[in-house]
Design a protein around this ligand. Structure first.
Ligand SMILES: O=C(O)C(=O)C[C@]1(C(=O)O)C=C[C@@H](O)C=C1
Length: 365
């Protein structure tokens, strides 16, 4: 027993020593970031200085994952450094991040995953409000959902890009886990209605049909709103994620009820900033094509010719032509590369309009 205690106190002394070391190093890193801020302000002026650098953050996080030897996993290590870098950026300048709210939505979880927790997150009621907040400069960046692996594209976000001058400066993927949640006053056998967002109902449809077929499903604007109602109404349950469950103090009647275990949503980071290449990048464009035979072929042919991989293509009806279509395309590469310039030139010959939405680092976390 006493040798156990000796071993334990020896290890704890070592942990204390390491903690002091780590703390000193983190503060040295933070002091470096403060100096970086001064260099940026001297070069670009206080008003125009760009403090958040998505390409540099992606490079830092990728390097951390690549060189990690364990025993902590690479993802876990990157997550810790994500928070350190977030705190360093906040010392340079606190960033205001608008997201599709309210508090507790998956979009907020995505924003915190991407930027870390040292940001001011600003919940807004609708996707177009997020776009406007970024456009006006009231928020530095915005986070909006773009596609879900079960439910497909978020058309509202796609359509916003047709009009908006905002650029895409990053992407983040979030595994979506849904739970059936109740407040303190509700027992599982007294549930008479379930609140959720329409997308979440769709992602849990089979599970609901087999377990709660007879219970009324009521669609609300967000999972967080569903969670708030479940907290306030006896007999009501909500389908929502962990953040909403914590925020509203709900307990889980059933966990991970999504029909597909790989249920993932991709979110975009929007801003007014062009991002330099990080070494592993994606480009998004909107292309409006003439409505004539072979239009899709002419659009895709340049990608084949220049050997560029498409990661997504989606069609939307054009707002200014009854039968014209707009294609939203994601592909590998950065607009500063010659091969990407060449593909864009070829597309421009065929297209009525080509809009470059942004080139940005492939999501790291
Ligand atoms: O390298 C920079 O430009 C920094 O501002 C430093 C730093 C970092 O902490 O590593 C912080 C914020 C930026 O988004 C990128 C990196």
């Amino acid at each position: 027993m006493s040798s156990d205690t000796d071993a334990l106190s020896g290890l704890r002394q070592e942990i204390d020593r390491l903690d002091r070391e780590i703390q000193k190093l983190i503060n040295q890193r933070a002091a470096c970031a403060q100096q970086v801020a001064h260099v940026k302000m001297a070069a670009q002026g206080e008003e125009n200085a760009v403090f958040y650098r998505p390409e540099r953050e992606a490079q830092v996080l990728r390097a951390i994952k690549d060189r990690n030897e364990g025993p902590l996993g690479a993802e876990e290590m990157a997550r810790l450094f994500r928070e350190i870098m977030s705190a360093c950026l906040a010392l340079e300048k606190p960033m205001h991040i608008a997201f599709l709210g309210p508090e507790g939505t998956f979009t907020q979880a995505a924003a915190l995953k991407h930027f870390g927790h040292s940001v001011v997150s600003v919940p807004l009621g609708a996707i177009d409000e997020v776009f406007r907040e970024v456009e006006s400069g009231a928020a530095h960046y915005g986070v909006v959902p773009i596609e879900n692996s079960t439910e497909g594209m978020v058309n509202h976000t796609l359509d916003m890009f047709m009009e908006s001058p905002n650029k895409i400066c990053g992407e983040v993927q979030l595994r979506i886990h849904h739970h059936l949640l109740v407040g303190a006053g509700t027992q599982p056998d007294t549930i008479t209605k379930i609140y959720s967002h329409q997308q979440s109902f769709a992602q849990c449809r089979q599970w609901l049909d087999s377990h709660w077929r007879k219970v009324e499903r009521i669609t609300v604007n967000s999972n967080a709103e569903a969670a708030r109602r479940a907290r306030d109404e006896v007999g009501a349950a909500a389908i929502a994620g962990d953040m909403a469950a914590e925020l509203y103090g709900l307990s889980r009647v059933a966990k991970n009820i999504e029909d597909r275990p790989d249920n993932t949503t991709r979110f975009l980071i929007i801003s007014k900033q062009d991002v330099p290449p990080s070494g592993q990048d994606k480009t998004s464009v909107l292309v409006s094509m003439r409505n004539q035979p072979g239009a899709l072929y002419h659009l895709l042919e340049p990608f084949h010719k220049h050997n560029i991989s498409l990661t997504r293509i989606e069609t939307r009806p054009s707002p200014n032509g009854t039968w014209a279509y707009v294609f939203y395309i994601d592909f590998e590469g950065h607009v500063s590369e010659d091969r990407i310039q060449n593909v864009l030139k070829d597309i421009e010959v065929e297209a009525v309009e080509l809009k470059h939405l942004g080139s940005y680092p492939v999501g790291v976390l």
